[in-house]
Write a protein that binds this ligand. Structure first.
Ligand SMILES: NC(=O)c1ccc[n+]([C@@H]2O[C@H](COP(=O)([O-])OP(=O)(O)OC[C@H]3O[C@@H](n4cnc5c(N)ncnc54)[C@H](OP(=O)(O)O)[C@@H]3O)[C@@H](O)[C@H]2O)c1
Length: 401
């Protein structure tokens, strides 16, 4: 069925019916917000599986408090630690990357895909192939493997609901039944913590400064991506696959207040926007309750509190990651994966103090220019590109030292 069409939402289910839900990446920023929402709706949801990479203590604590059936830790060396942390609870423990992929097919009605980076691709695909309702936070799944994900959605009948606040906003105001009436979508971008700085003023920025986002509280990697605007770049590609749009139908505007989360412009001049406080619990709740609405305890927007909405064009020379994304998308399958992988390596090096902040996009650009993309016919080809781009990025970082 592809992207869940607004007009054909399923009939309301019985309020007494409990839905089974799972979270891939429950210990991360999106994962924790999802756990928080579930804690407030214990009467509506039972928790099937939770997964994490290394954070055994939090995973075990979440699994116990939500009464999960299965907890999976990605790092296989932590299996005994997880077993010990779950002892006496009756919760099944599993470990390793394959176990995370299997957890994606564990019996659930709804699954949150919130692993960060390309590491989340296989499990997202597995959840789609299992025909689940998939709340998609892991944008890398679409950026790197968009056509494979969307084909799998078609084949399995899975429902894909976007969690990224921008795509969730577009989804809420995108009239799928009237596609020919849509002129363009406008993704908003806060501009991150260094919006008013020139490139020359980016030297010496520390990881602590880069992860301090002015409006959103997020994981470290996506926070750095917001500061370079690589996040918006990846979101352009994500939107292209999700809504089946051409590059030129996706615009980006800087909107520092993060109140309007994105918009759809129709050919008659109408612009429909979704607004709200910058709190991920709102888009997550939208996907959790879809096609109904779910109450959240998160921040709410008070329109009487002097809200000043401003929009401006991006300075593309300053935030040139946006152009890299457009080039990568136009160049074809494989290039977005190379861009994403090189960026992941560069951001990790920056967070480890091994690469200056203002060199992150350079590393991604080098990878994009020097990668040779073979014919791509399956996910393994995508992972081969990912590995090649990581090697190029690592060499580029060494050369910059
Ligand atoms: N944060 C936001 O507000 C936000 C908004 C929109 C979209 N997104 C997207 O949502 C995704 C998650 O972002 P986040 O900010 O929540 O990330 P995060 O805080 O870094 O959390 C990442 C989660 O993935 C797990 N993980 C990391 N590496 C893994 C691996 N190799 N294998 C399996 N699991 C792994 C982590 O486990 P450990 O805790 O054990 O390391 C954690 O549970 C990203 O794709 C991001 O772009 C995030």
């Amino acid at each position: 069925m592809g992207l869940a069409p607004q007009a054909t939402a399923p009939a309301e289910s019985s309020s007494a019916e409990m839905r089974r839900v799972s979270i891939l990446g429950s210990t991360g920023s999106v994962g924790k917000s999802t756990v928080d929402l579930l804690q407030g709706h214990r009467d509506k949801y039972t928790v099937a599986a939770l997964t994490a990479h290394r954070n055994v203590d939090l995973l075990a604590q979440q699994a116990r408090s939500l009464g999960a059936e299965l907890a999976v830790i990605g790092d296989a060396s932590l299996y005994n630690a997880l077993k010990a942390a779950l002892s006496g609870s009756g919760i099944e423990a599993a470990a390793g990357d394959d176990a995370i992929v299997e957890a994606a097919a564990f019996d659930s009605d709804w699954i949150m895909a919130a692993i960060v980076g390309a590491a989340g691709i296989r499990s997202t695909l597995k959840a789609i192939e299992a025909g689940r309702t998939v709340a998609l936070a892991n944008k890398e799944s679409l950026v790197c493997a968009g056509p494979f994900m969307m084909q799998a959605v078609e084949k399995s009948g899975a429902t894909l609901l976007p969690v990224d606040s921008e795509h969730n906003a577009v989804f809420q105001v995108f009239d799928n039944a009237e596609r020919q009436g849509i002129r363009r979508i406008i993704l908003t971008a806060s501009g991150g913590p260094f919006l008013r700085r020139t490139r020359a003023q980016l030297a010496g920025i520390t990881p602590a400064e880069a992860v301090r986002h002015p409006t959103w509280a997020m994981g470290a990697k996506i926070s750095v991506d917001s500061a370079t605007m690589m996040n918006k770049s990846l979101e352009i590609i994500e939107a292209a696959y999700l809504f089946n749009l051409k590059n030129e139908q996706i615009d980006v505007l800087i909107h520092p207040q993060s109140v309007v989360h994105s918009m759809v412009e129709y050919v008659d001049g109408s612009i429909l926007a979704q607004m709200g406080a910058p709190d991920m619990r709102t888009p997550i709740a939208y996907t959790l309750g879809w096609p109904h609405r779910v109450k959240t305890t998160g921040d709410k927007l008070d329109l009487t509190k002097n809200i000043n909405l401003s929009f401006e064009q991006i300075d593309i020379d300053r935030f040139y990651a946006v152009n890299l994304a457009r080039q990568a998308f136009n160049a074809g399958l494989g290039y977005p994966s190379a861009l994403n992988a090189a960026n992941e390596v560069a951001v990790a090096a920056f967070l480890a103090g091994q690469l200056p902040f203002d060199a992150i996009e350079k590393v991604a650009e080098v990878a994009l220019q020097s990668i040779e993309i073979p014919a791509i016919s399956n996910l393994d080809d995508i992972f081969a590109v990912d590995a090649a781009a990581r090697a190029i990025a690592t060499a580029a970082i060494s050369a910059l030292k």
